[in-house]
Design a protein around this ligand. Sequence first.
Ligand SMILES: *Cc1c(COP(=O)(O)O)cnc(C)c1O
Length: 362
Amino acid sequence: MGGTEQQYVQEAFDSNWIAPLGPNVSAFEHSLENYVGGDMFAAALSSGTAAIHLGLKILGVSRGDEVLCQSFTFSASANPIVYLGATPVFIDSETDTWNISPELLEKAIKDRLAKGKKPKAIIAVHLYGMPYKADEIRALSEKYDIPVLEDSAEALGSTYKGQKCGSLGDLSILSFNGNKIITTSGGGALLTRDQKQKEKAVFLATQARDEAPHYQHSEIGHNYRMSNVLAGIGRGQMEVLDERVAARRSNYAYYKDAFQDITDITFQKEHPDFYANRWLSCILTPSYQVREQIRLALAEQDIESRPLWKPMHLQPVFQDALHFSDGTSEKLFDTGLCLPSGSNLREEDLELVAYHVKKALV
Ligand SMILES: *Cc1c(COP(=O)(O)O)cnc(C)c1O
């Protein structure tokens, strides 16, 4: 925590706004809108997953539809497709950004159109805080008239050509889960391009209650709004977001420098006009064996590291899903490792990690 969070939480207690609405919720939303820019409207919700669920609903995804989704991601990107009775079609990554491949995306769109199944939406993810190629994805979205839901859960603080991640999709989502760059312990937000969509999100997130003195519903709703207590934590966290990004980037810079002479270790590429928050510092090794050698050597020192996300098209739960893949994310999964990346790591911690990574390689 940064320090001022408790003050905002105290305000919630003092004013008795212990509810899924209140001054902290509104202030946190304004703070997100100011930060992300691009004239987005923010609706604070109970999780990033809830934000994706409502985002897809607002894009009109329903039973029987297909949604194109980056395969190399956390399952929360894809699960809401299934909540809606729709079907995910997974798209593999490209080797530089590790994010959705524009080539494979177009191939998938053409294939689905030829089969008379126009996809309802595209879910693109800024994995580990590295922006996806937003211009290329946007161009395909416009060419084929399929909206983009931008999963920016890991990328608050990242920018693409000077624009903040979270302002690049038709709709965008953020996550404030405990493991993210800033946190409300659990929480998320849906970012929309107009006020009406935000109102729709809030309506759906508060049980879809019609305007009436009694409780009346013409639609199925959800209980997805963020608590005013947790939004207080969010307000405080916004004050340290840029510090957190600097800390994560400094972890990355340390590892990059420490491994500069080791040709066996490579990193996720940041193009000149990209700016990644480096939520996690990840390395690629030459093989699964080397990756495991490093991971197990670190574990022996009580240093936790973890393989990269397992692609959705390789997950048992999605084994029957259609996918357009070329082996890229499978290889990333086999050979990649997330190194310790917390915002509070000290130089001696980083030194120790780098030392044991290098030692495991000789
Ligand atoms: C964390 C995460 C989510 C989901 O956010 P929650 O707030 O945990 O529900 C979605 N997508 C990606 C890529 C994530 O990392």
